[in-house]
Design a protein around this ligand. Structure first.
Ligand SMILES: [Zn+2]
Length: 165
């Protein structure tokens, strides 16, 4: 009697699926069929993974929308100008600016030695920087470094001055 090539496998999900194992050697088919019983059938496996991917994408989209709303509300409250740059990264730039500036306020004023007047001065510098790409580039930066980053950015826009003249 020849070793069968077709196996009826009852998967862990309860579905019975007939598997053609003719592409496996005769002595491996039974072991493979047994291993399959501990797995979900292909349909269930696919459905699970689709559900995972969908919920991750939905979660990310919801989180992004929430951050975007917070960034927009913040920009309005603190009279921050609209950013300029490629349309598709405008929202991203706005979220980066919000995150970095609130981080800077926390580091310099709330936990630091700056007073509101110092901060107001920095805020003026922040308002001048409307290049969305710049904010996106600083996304990993520490809030406490914002004054230095702003100085570097505004220096680059100014013609260099000779300090010895
Ligand atoms: Zn199934």
């Amino acid at each position: 009697m020849a070793v069968p090539t077709s196996f009826e496998v009852v998967h862990i999900c309860g579905h019975t699926v007939s598997h053609d194992l003719s592409n496996r050697s005769a002595d491996q088919r039974a072991g493979y069929a047994r291993w399959l019983t501990e797995r979900k059938c292909t349909d269930c496996w696919r459905a699970d993974h689709r559900a995972d991917a969908t919920s991750t994408a939905e979660w990310l989209a919801a989180k992004r929308a929430e951050e975007q709303a917070a960034a927009s509300a913040w920009a309005t409250q603190f009279d921050m100008p609209e950013l300029e740059g490629p349309e598709k990264i405008l929202g991203w730039g706005e979220r980066c600016r919000h995150q970095l500036v609130t981080g800077a306020y926390e580091a310099l004023v709330t936990e630091g030695t700056w007073d509101e007047a110092d901060w107001a001065q920095l805020e003026e510098q922040i308002r001048l920087l409307i290049r969305t790409g710049w904010w996106v580039d600083q996304r990993g930066a520490d809030g406490a470094d914002l004054p230095e980053l702003l100085d570097a950015a505004t220096d680059a826009d100014r013609p260099t001055e000779n300090p010895f003249r």
